[in-house]
Write a new protein. Structure first.
Length: 222
């Protein structure tokens, strides 16, 4: 059995990777792994509140391994923190593999492979090479539900921040925009889907412009 930890962003690609791993016979999912901005208590990449991340892990029925990052965080800081996490997962939790939800960016894939060379862990890419158009359709037809939490206004209109990831959204995308946002056009937060045992109740908050991106804040509903 592969003892796998899944790199978890809180978005649809990592959620779908979880769904695929759940259906793989020789995989035991040990936990989810997320980097946290320790200054703001938010997911480092998506700026999602830590409480929402915790709720997702609970809905998935899995423990959550958090890697705190300083702010600001250099690439050297990130690599040091993640390598320390890899060592702990391998030595203390008998983890053998780290899985990622990457789709087709070769440079990102190679960076992850290079980062893991000294960790004695093996990378897994359960979604690699899939058609992103087909993948987006499969996600929606399965019942996956998500909101756009971050938009790159250089690639997508700001008005899409806070929009539901659904067929209406996909129908409005230009051909230059990947339907899964793999080029960084947008990021999502998943609150429901076949990978979860229960839904994550959320409310949609304000939308702000920060550091060249547009973020919509989500919170747990009471």
């Amino acid at each position: 059995m592969k003892r796998v930890v899944l790199s978890w962003s809180s978005g649809k690609d990592s959620a779908w990777a979880l769904f695929q791993l759940q259906q793989t016979e020789d995989v035991e999912i040990v936990s989810l792994l997320t980097t946290i901005n320790s200054e703001f208590n938010r997911v480092a990449m998506h700026a999602v509140r830590e409480e929402l991340l915790d709720a997702q892990a609970e809905a998935a029925g899995l423990p959550l391994f958090k890697v705190p990052l300083p702010w600001p965080c250099s690439n050297a800081d990130y690599e040091s923190a993640i390598k320390t996490a890899f060592d702990e997962l391998r030595l203390e939790h008998d983890v053998t593999h780290i899985a990622y939800g990457d789709l087709f960016l070769e440079d990102v894939r190679q960076y992850r492979i290079d980062l893991m060379k000294k960790s004695k862990l093996t990378p897994l890419f359960p979604l690699w090479g899939l058609s992103t158009t087909t993948l987006a359709d499969d996600m929606l037809s399965s019942g996956l539900s998500a909101y756009l939490t971050c938009v790159d206004p250089k690639q997508l209109p700001e008005s899409f921040a806070g929009h539901k990831f659904d067929n209406n959204f996909l129908s409005q995308l230009d051909n230059s925009v990947d339907p899964c946002g793999e080029n960084g056009e947008f990021h999502t937060f998943v609150y429901s889907g076949p990978m979860f045992k229960s839904n994550v109740p959320i409310t949609i908050g304000e939308t702000v412009n920060r550091d060249g991106f547009v973020f919509t804040d989500l919170a747990l509903a009471n």
